[in-house]
Design a protein around this ligand. Structure first.
Ligand code: PGA
Length: 244
């Protein structure tokens, strides 16, 4: 059985004080009503220290939204995964579509990050997903399989990694993939992973909300969610978590 994951991607939102309020609610609610899924938040880098304090001693994990593939050095503006690890991070998001589109990160660059993150004993969460023109041109599978193959090119497949399928046209648009579209992509990715497919968690992301989470979660190959907008409110995050 693959353990489900409910992950929140906070992007560049929330102050430390707002993060603290979020965890006060989440921790209180999980104490009352524990959930078997892994709960994970990706705060923006400047908020990580306060998040680390908030979740200390609880089962909630956190990770960084991006890292470089060196421990230290002259890389102005970058995040060190090693420093994040020393603060208690367990995950690193790699290749979110906003990193690919806005910051020009390409597959070969992302492959180095995946391998580096694994070498530290952290778990990379590699994001893949087609944009609207690619879907309309019937290229969805070509795109997501290329991103998967290239992203994992230097990975140690004996070490953990997680995949997030996030169709770009569904991110922040309110346009969610149908459960069938998502399941189809997840099956394609899982099959490509061969022998690793059965144990690899593949999350869906893109406009996941309390009212669509249940149907998506009912699909056999959807192992949880990477949630943007709806992870900013404790109430909606908890509602989505309860669908898993
Ligand atoms: P969204 O974002 O849930 O706001 O669409 C998902 C993501 O970017 O990971």
């Amino acid at each position: 059985m693959r353990k489900k994951i409910c992950a929140g991607n906070w992007k560049m939102y929330k102050t430390s004080a707002e993060a603290g309020e979020f965890f006060d609610s989440i921790l209180a609610s999980l104490k009352e009503k524990p959930n078997g899924a892994e709960v994970l938040i990706f705060p923006s880098a400047l908020v990580c220290e306060s998040v680390a304090k908030s979740v200390q001693g609880s089962a909630i994990q956190w990770g960084i939204q991006n890292s470089y593939f060196e421990a230290k050095g002259a890389f102005t503006g970058e995040n060190s995964a090693e420093v994040a690890k020393s603060m208690g991070a367990t995950y690193v998001l790699v290749g979110h579509s906003e990193r690919r589109k806005i910051f020009g990160e390409v597959d070969s660059f992302l492959a180095k990050k995946v391998a580096y993150v694994q070498s530290l004993g952290l778990t990379p969460m590699l994001c893949v997903g087609e944009d609207l023109s690619e879907r309309e041109a019937g290229k969805t599978n070509d795109v997501i399989l290329r991103q998967l193959d290239e992203g994992l090119k230097s990975a140690d497949t004996k070490k953990p990694f997680v995949i997030a399928y996030e169709p770009v046209w569904a991110i922040g648009t309110g346009k969610v993939a149908t459960p069938e579209q998502a399941e189809e992509a997840h099956v394609t990715l899982r099959e490509r992973l061969g022998g690793l497919g059965e144990s690899t968690r593949i999350l869906y992301g893109g406009s996941v909300k309390p009212d669509n989470a249940g149907e998506l979660a009912s699909k056999k190959n959807i192992d949880g969610f990477l949630i943007g907008g709806a992870s900013l409110e404790a109430k909606s995050f908890l509602q989505i978590l309860s669908s898993l």
